[in-house]
Design a protein around this ligand. Structure first.
Ligand code: NAD
Ligand code: USQ
Length: 404
């Protein structure tokens, strides 16, 4: 396959931390198919969270070793695989020294807001894993490959829901007659989202102090499952989380519709966020790698394509589901989170578009194929996992303060 933004298969060497996860697996295959030399780094902890909490992806995913082997057979391309924890600096150092990456894409964090709000231990684990893992990546680049471009996954949730427009990373402020362009104020809505805020500050400082090149991708909520590469063979299928801890809004609603569970709108449903198709996630990553930040530059791109409220999503899923003959009900459930349920939301997202992103928007086609995908796999759904299990107000220091 040819690269999509006309820059040519570069042969660039890219480490993908978190390459066994939802976004990372799809991105690893997308880049490998286009001629990048890819090395996946992952400690497989995401599979452990499922085992610990009794969760499972809708899709029957293969082991990472089977995945990489099958990709070699299907594509003729080898992906390097390094199993280990980036919080272990000696492991990370060896990978960077041996692979000599031109870019490191960093997806490898605990990414669930509810998981981080289960109790003290899960909050501490999340911030330890995410903030210290990222610090290790910064030191590994500085010491062993200082010209390597770091492409780090942040989140739109770093900004919270302020009553003014959200800019792409920076805000120009005039205060007492003086003007400066400053980091946009951050108001994360969970200990997970706050871990991303802390990461962003560490990236900005490392770029300034050490002349590192860093891109922070403030990604919105991802939906969908199929990319050209993950559908090339059943053994390459991606994960698809629908449970109350790792499942995200639209993906959850699609599965709920398929099994005729009322769509779980939390509270009033006016919560508005940026969303994007996983096919655009992989393209955004390629665009960021092909157009690297300059040494010393800390860039922020808001990585989403459309804004929806939870009520918008519930309406879209129920209309399309009913057209397919499903009887889709929508139900407001008490909001387990502390968040505004009605608010202003207008976030800029032009930088990736300016670099060539042509978005896949949420239309009837993708809704149809997602709903059909969920219907085909519905025998794997455990209805007990659907309801929200973690309440922000109840997180305590005792372990296991989950309600389910
Ligand atoms: P995921 O949980 O499916 O994948 C993360 C991967 O990182 C897992 O395979 C896990 O095993 C690995 N990992 C975690 N800690 C690690 C460590 N210390 N060392 C090595 N590997 C480690 O998550 P995802 O949905 O693919 O998200 C990827 C990234 O994108 C995350 O940083 C997340 O915050 C961000 N993001 C995701 C979404 C979304 O909707 N899924 C939206 C915005 C941002
Ligand atoms: N929501 C519902 N019903 C549900 C699930 C969610 O109403 O069944 C609501 C939530 O209360 C929230 C919104 O939908 O207001 C989004 O929730 P979500 O679970 O889809 O997304 P979130 O917790 O923010 O986290 C996900 C990913 C995370 C990423 C983030 C991007 O898990 O890794 O950082 O999306 S963003 O939302 O832009 O911060």
């Amino acid at each position: 396959a040819l690269p999509e933004n006309g820059r040519g298969a570069s042969g660039r060497r890219v480490i993908i931390i978190g390459g066994d996860g939802y976004c990372g697996w799809a991105t690893a295959l997308h880049l490998s198919a286009r001629g990048y030399a890819v090395c996946i780094v992952d400690n497989l902890v995401r599979r452990n969270y499922d085992a610990q909490l009794g969760l499972d992806t809708l899709t029957p995913i293969s082991s990472i070793h089977q995945r990489v082997r099958k990709w070699g057979e299907v594509s003729g391309k080898a992906i390097d695989l390094q199993i280990g924890d980036i919080c272990d600096f000696d492991f990370l150092k060896d990978v960077v020294v041996n692979f000599q990456p031109d870019a490191i894409v960093h997806f490898g964090e605990q990414r669930s807001a509810p998981y981080s709000m289960i109790d003290r231990a899960h909050a501490v684990y999340t911030q330890h894993n995410n903030v210290l893992g990222t610090l290790n990546v910064l030191f590994a680049i500085k010491e062993f490959k200082p010209d390597c471009h770091l492409v780090k996954l942040g989140t739109m949730g770093e900004y919270g829901t302020p009553n003014i427009d959200i800019e792409e990373g920076f805000l120009t402020v005039t205060h007492n007659g003086r003007t400066d362009t400053l980091p946009y104020p951050k108001q994360g809505g969970s200990f997970y989202h706050l871990s991303k805020v802390h990461d962003s500050h560490n990236l900005a400082f490392a770029a300034r102090a050490w002349q590192l090149a860093a891109t922070d991708l403030n990604q919105g909520v991802v939906y969908g499952v199929a990319t050209d590469e993950t559908t090339a063979d059943p053994a390459l299928i991606n994960r698809f989380d629908y449970d109350g801890i790792f499942g995200t809004a639209l993906n959850r609603f699609v599965v709920q519709a398929a099994v005729q569970h009322p769509l779980t709108v939390y509270g009033k449903g006016g919560q508005t966020r940026g969303y994007l198709d996983i096919r655009d996630t992989v393209r955004c990553l390629q665009i960021a790698i092909d157009n690297p930040a300059a040494p010393g530059e800390f860039r922020v791109f808001n990585q989403f394509t459309e804004m929806f409220s939870v009520n918008d999503l519930a309406r879209i899923v129920s209309e399309q589901g009913n057209r397919l003959g499903l009887d889709v009900q929508v139900k407001s459930v008490p909001n387990p989170r502390v968040e505004k349920e009605e608010h202003y939301y207008n976030a800029k997202h032009t930088k990736l578009r300016d670099l060539g992103l042509e978005p896949h928007l949420l239309g009837d086609n993708i809704m149809d194929s997602l709903l059909n995908f969920a219907i085909i796999n519905k025998h794997r759904v455990d209805r007990n996992l659907i309801n929200p299990a973690v309440d922000w107000r109840k997180a305590g220091s005792a372990s296991g303060t989950m309600t389910a």
